[in-house]
Design a protein. Sequence first.
Length: 258
Amino acid sequence: MQALVLKNVSKSFGGIDAVSKVDLTVMTGESRALIGPNGAGKSTLFNLVTGEIPLDEGRILLFGKDLTREPVQKRIASQLGRTYQISNLFTQLTVQENLFLASWQTRRKKASLVATLFRSWRKFDNQRRYLAKIAHRVGLADKLDTTVDELSHGENRQLELGITLAHRPRILLLDEPMAGLSAAERIFMTELIMSLKPEITVVIIDHDIDVAFSIADQVSVLHHGAIIAEGSPEQIEKNREVQQIYTLSRQSKDSDHA
Ligand code: ADP
Ligand code: MG
């Protein structure tokens, strides 16, 4: 079954084609890496899939349903989850409180406020156990009562992933989940993401090719908003055009820093 399908999707910002005529199919249970130099259009592509920004052209389907014109909330209800490059947690609240709020918000959409509060009270123990399980899964079992501002950067990212998992997504879009992590935190996060499959279809953006290749079954390469190559990590590694793009972008980065 197809988890995510993009057909001829385009988006421009003031004349710049951020995403240009993209066709993409991700199968259920697959893990796909989306790589490409800075400014290639990777995050914009995610924003189009979630509906955070409207597309100019094209169609987007999730698990066979056309969601091109549906609002963000409807897409989340279709079991789409995502994380962001920039963190948005409640820093004064604890890990457990952040998880609780996130799961409460989702259930609220399905019921009236009073019904939700009543159910929350009745099911509080269940809910607590469920959230503790999530916290355990993302390596924060002993941090449930710690406030977010006391967590390390890596733990922040683990919590963000936990919050997304609490919504029980079937497909997860991860935007640079390793950014700013220490070596040990990267290993933990890589293993965590690997443990999600095949129940959860994963699309991961990472500018570190090694990370993307270690996680993904299939890789799509974006350059100037267009997909220029697609294949297994081995195929992409050997692809001349991809090698050139990465060498060029590395050189321009080096000269920026010089
Ligand atoms: P990536 O995530 O691959 O680094 P982005 O999707 O963030 O790339 O950006 C792709 C291009 O679109 C860039 O040229 C960027 O400056 C531009 N862009 C992204 N978001 C916006 C926006 N909200 N308004 C204007 N330009 C944008
Ligand atoms: Mg980005």
